[in-house]
Design a protein. Structure first.
Length: 351
């Protein structure tokens, strides 16, 4: 299947997080037809990572194939492919498969592909994959970086805040206690909390993404809830303690996700960038030294007009091929150097 057709075929499969099964089976069939040994790695019932290898893999190309909601089908014009997942990250899946096919045609072996579920929520696919590494020395993760090599990425700290009150008729507010008023007071103080800075990643940012509560306009609300995402730039332990101290005794507080900020590898000659989003890489530490690059702009991801430029997909195929070849050569040179040092030590009696 040609690159652009593969992107559209993938986009047209609904794989919103938690419902990735059909897309996973499609990928297995596609990769088996291309000569890969394919494994479905169960993450939870009806959900599986897709792993494919040629030989003993030294480098693995990886991204995710789950998407945020809502699902909408593919479209295209001369310049763009549209649809949910076009840039985040089904266009990347297709570019990595195309790169793998070209590498095989060039006689390159000992590499793999790893397509994961669950990245858009808790990286549960990556966490499962990390329990079964295959000896790879490098993992090239794909996310929309405008085809630049990202050398640093922010982490995230997600929390859920709940307040409780007492319901009453809204005509007699003195008979009740508003959980929403309590929540608003908590959130107002939270917004004043100074957030950490980092000289590379900049300042942490916070988003109060969801607020819910109450039963009707004429009822004093007895419960309310907010979900908050903080994009972190440093270790989050101190920030957690500050939040716990600020909100102690005022609400129920639960930290629901924590992913550390991360530094990635550089490669000479590649244009670099720094990104504010999180990836699967902090959950793939057993798969080798991390690199991050992919076609598309993060500004297009998660939008109702998600799209990826066709020329960027073609460029990504070239970049992935170059990265795999260079990293394999780098690994080979390192092994040769290590062997020479060991041989010298044996000759001089220092081994």
């Amino acid at each position: 299947m040609e690159l652009f057709e593969l992107v559209k075929a993938l986009v047209n499969i609904d794989s919103v997080t938690g419902h990735e099964d059909v897309c996973g089976h499609f990928l297995r069939t596609e990769l088996e037809e291309r000569g890969f040994a394919v494994e479905l790695q169960t993450v939870s019932p009806g959900r599986a990572n897709v792993l494919a290898f040629r030989g003993a893999p030294e480098v693995v190309l990886s991204t995710h194939f789950d998407t945020v909601p809502p699902f909408f089908r593919a479209g295209e014009d001369d310049e763009w492919i549209f649809g949910r997942g076009a840039c985040d990250a089904k266009g990347i899946v297709a570019a990595q498969i195309e790169a793998a096919q070209r590498l095989l045609s060039d006689g390159v072996s000992d590499f793999g592909l790893m397509f994961l579920v669950g990245e858009e929520t808790f990286s549960d696919g990556a966490r499962v994959a990390n329990q079964s590494p295959r000896g790879t020395k490098y993992v090239i993760n794909g996310e929309p970086t405008d085809n630049k090599l990202a050398i640093a990425a922010k982490g995230c700290l997600q929390l859920q805040v709940r307040t409780h009150g007492k319901s009453a008729h809204s005509a007699y507010p003195e008979l009740g206690e508003s959980a929403i008023d309590r929540l608003l007071d908590v959130l107002d103080d939270f917004r004043r909390l100074p957030l950490p800075r980092d000289f590379v990643l900049g300042i942490s940012t916070a988003n109060i993404g969801v607020i819910s509560g109450g039963r009707a306009a004429n009822v004093i609300p007895d419960e309310a809830e907010a979900r908050i995402m903080i994009r972190t730039v440093t270790d989050s332990a101190d920030l957690r303690r500050q939040i716990e101290s600020l909100l102690a005794g005022r609400c129920e507080l639960e930290f629901t996700r924590e992913t550390p900020a991360m530094r990635m590898e550089r490669l000479d000659g590649f244009e670099t960038t720094i990104v504010a989003f999180t990836t699967d890489l902090p959950s793939l530490t057993n798969w080798g030294r991390p690199l991050l690059l992919g076609p598309g702009s993060i500004a297009e991801a998660h939008t109702d007009h998600e799209r990826v430029r066709k020329s960027d997909l073609l460029r990504a195929v070239d970049l992935y091929c170059e990265m795999v070849k260079r990293l394999k050569q780098q690994q080979m040179m390192g092994a040769i150097q290590h062997s020479a040092i060991s041989h010298q030590r044996e000759r001089t009696g220092l081994g």
